[in-house]
Ligand binder design. Structure first.
Ligand code: ATP
Ligand code: MG
Length: 295
């Protein structure tokens, strides 16, 4: 990933700029220019083995925000709970799911793609069948590379593929990491958040070593941040201390609008486009584009 060099500290008068939640000066991320051509996709896994940190919410809303900037986005539901499919309001029964594609190499993945209510945002759904994948894949040859093979067939049709991982580091997540160019780690701003991240980074390093030399850590996105609590501020400070500029400047605040939008089956960018949280995900999209993590 082509990371911009950080020249901010050299800018005169910078100390007068307002400070963002990460303790760094607030940056402006420009509206991205429209793409002149599309594909092949950069594939990014949303990964954290800790449950309920905002992986699915980030996949939905980042996906919608990127689609809003004219990017062609495919979201992969890679969790047997099917929360991504539900959050985007698509059916998961009597349809082809990601599980069917993993099991049958001859199936055309285009069959499984469904459109969502957001223009430019498509999805391959999942349902509870996917929980059997662990068992089925164990005896497969090159079992870690099965998702990569599936996605190769649709990659040219999209600019970005986002994989919503389940909260574990099992074979499904290893498949997602093996298929990915980058990983984005959503991290909830609470006390135990940091605990699992070292293990996750170790797993990413192993995948890089053994299966996918090109994989990069695209960033850590702090979620559920509540600026009114000292606790949230302290946790974010520790995260930035530990991970430096791998932590995105954009921070997602805690708000009940997210559960509300999930119930409605639409992204917050559609449900409440003027809400601060919708704007935050749009900013995250612009920041990731500027960092080169997505097109
Ligand atoms: N910024 C936020 N503020 C408040 N609630 C949020 C926020 N982001 C997500 N939520 C809510 O927190 C819950 C967990 O979020 P989400 O499902 O995105 O996490 P997850 O990491 O995908 O969970 P799992 O590990 O179970 O897949 C959901 O009810 C969601 O609506
Ligand atoms: Mg989830």
């Amino acid at each position: 990933m082509a990371r911009k060099t950080d020249s901010r500290t050299q800018l005169p008068g910078l100390e007068e700029l307002p400070t963002g939640a990460t303790g760094r000066p607030v940056q402006v991320f420009e509206e991205p220019a429209p793409l002149k051509s599309h594909g092949p996709a950069r594939i990014v896994s949303l990964c954290n083995q800790k449950g309920g940190v905002g992986k699915t919410t980030t996949t939905i809303n980042l996906g919608a925000a990127l689609a809003g900037y004219g990017r062609r986005v495919l979201a992969i539901d890679f969790d047997p709970q099917g929360a991504l499919s539900a959050g985007l309001g698509v059916p998961t029964h009597d349809v082809t799911t990601i599980y069917d594609l993993l099991l049958s190499g001859s199936k055309d993945p285009h069959e499984a793609i469904q459109q969502t209510s957001v223009e430019g945002l498509d999805i391959i759904p999942a349902n509870i069948d996917l929980s059997a994948a662990e068992v089925h894949l164990v005896n497969e040859v090159a079992r870690e590379q099965i998702l990569a093979r599936v996605l190769r067939k649709v990659s040219n049709d999209y600019d970005i593929i986002l994989i919503d991982c389940q909260p574990s580091l099992g074979i499904l997540t290893v498949n997602a990491l093996t298929a990915s160019h980058g990983v984005l780690i959503p991290l909830e701003c609470e006390f135990f958040a940091l605990r699992g991240v070292a293990l996750l980074i170790e797993t990413i390093d192993k995948v890089r070593d053994r299966l996918n030399p090109a994989i990069e850590l695209d960033g850590i996105l702090a979620t559920m941040y509540d600026s009114r609590t000292l606790h949230s501020r302290e946790v974010l400070e520790r995260v930035v201390d530990a991970f430096g500029d791998r932590v995105l400047d954009t921070v997602i605040g805690r708000t009940v609008k997210f559960p509300d939008a999930s119930v409605a089956g639409v992204p917050i960018t559609e449900f409440a486009p003027e809400h601060a949280a919708a704007k935050a995900y749009k900013q995250a999209a612009r920041e990731l584009i500027q960092r080169g993590a997505v097109a």
